[in-house]
Write a protein that binds this ligand. Structure first.
Ligand SMILES: [Fe+2]
Ligand SMILES: [Fe+2]
Length: 364
């Protein structure tokens, strides 16, 4: 039995010819290229392939400082008015494209998309809803309105209208001239989270059950938890401008980096305008400039009134009414108004999203 067992063991240990050959030759050295190749076939990858000697000591972005001239935007909108029909296209919109981002996505920043919409008299941009939240800052024309969840918001220059995530909305122009407004959406952020979806309303237009004026008057002085959050969508310029002007009467209200700035707050929670975007309007007094700072939020600015300049990193951007520009994250920046009149900027920042994630920082 023992000898049988011994034979069996001997048989089992017998080396194959190729193994014997390998032992007689020097062992082949493994290499990084060979390891990378083999791991790639197993859906694995080494950290060394990132080519980083550790992480950067400040956040990096490919978003570039950029300014879009109103004349270029407006000329494109007029041409789009001739060749794009709202019967064939869901919206007639010209998008701002940041040269530092992947052109396939055509976004203004990595978190916020900004575009301009053009609706001709008698047209209706059909009702739909989507997961990206949107805001409208109305620029030009009258007689147009946006309907949000059955609430009619008649749009006048300087008005801000919100269409938060999954609210039904359609736009109509019952006036006699084309209208233009700015659209801001958290589309890139929602895209990065793989959450983009859109649904069409069963009919082209929603029926209207109330107006934003009704909602505003019902708010009165009783702003509080009884008002459904989803009911407040419309900030009128006729309320915003006096509040902004009133701020300028108080020298203490002037902020080092922004001049006189009003945040559009949620009237019920006092929190940001929307969960992902903070809107603000700021007045830069004539012949004055702000101090320099930087922050991890990226801000899109639209010039509503006046002219001036903003230093962003090494570049200086001269702006005037209708222009739009971006201050990317962690770029030093300051604003200058060298003109004889006050300037007013409308802005959209991704700060609420960063704060929710604990990623907001400011330095000066
Ligand atoms: Fe939409
Ligand atoms: Fe800033």
């Amino acid at each position: 039995m023992e000898s049988e067992a011994g034979v069996k063991v001997e048989k089992h240990k017998r080396r194959l010819p190729t193994e014997t050959m390998a032992m007689n030759q020097p062992a082949q050295k493994d290499s990084i290229a060979s390891l990378d190749h083999d791991m790639a076939g197993k859906n694995l990858s080494g950290y060394w392939r990132l080519g980083m000697e550790g992480l950067p000591n400040h956040p990096l972005t490919t978003v570039q400082p950029c300014l879009w001239k109103w004349q270029d935007v407006y000329d494109s909108l007029i041409r789009a008015g001739d060749v794009i029909s709202l019967e064939n296209s869901e919206r007639r919109v010209v998008r701002l494209v940041n040269p530092g981002l992947d052109q396939r996505h055509a976004f203004a920043t990595h978190t916020i998309q900004v575009s301009f919409q053009f609706v001709k008299p008698g047209e209706n941009a059909r009702a739909h809803r989507h997961t990206p939240a949107a805001l409208r800052f109305f620029i030009q024309g009258n007689g147009a309105y946006t309907t949000v969840n059955g609430q009619q918001c008649v749009m006048e220059p300087g008005d801000l209208i919100l269409t938060p995530k999954l609210t039904w909305h359609d736009h109509s122009n019952d006036g006699h001239a084309p209208v233009v407004w700015l659209d801001g959406l958290d589309f890139p952020l929602v895209t990065a989270l793989h959450q983009v979806m859109q649904e069409r309303y069963p009919e082209r237009r929603q029926s209207i059950d109330k107006s934003s004026e009704d909602v505003a008057s019902s708010l009165g002085s009783s702003i509080g938890p009884n008002l459904p959050l989803t009911d407040f969508f419309h900030y009128k310029w006729r309320d915003t401008e006096p509040a902004l002007r009133a701020l300028t009467k108080s020298p203490d209200a002037r902020e080092r980096f922004d001049g006189y700035l009003l945040d559009y707050r949620n009237p019920v929670t006092g929190g940001p305008t929307m969960t992902t975007i903070q809107c603000a309007v700021q007045l830069l007094p004539a012949k004055q400039e702000t101090e320099t700072h930087r922050h991890t939020s990226t801000v899109m600015y639209h010039v509503f009134r006046g002219s001036g300049a903003t230093q962003i990193g090494e570049q200086r951007f001269e702006w005037r009414q209708g222009d739009t520009f971006v201050v990317p994250l962690w770029y030093d920046h300051r604003h200058m108004n060298l003109a004889a009149d006050d300037a007013i900027l409308f802005s959209m920042s991704d700060a609420p999203a960063l704060k929710a994630l604990g990623l907001y920082r400011e330095e000066f």
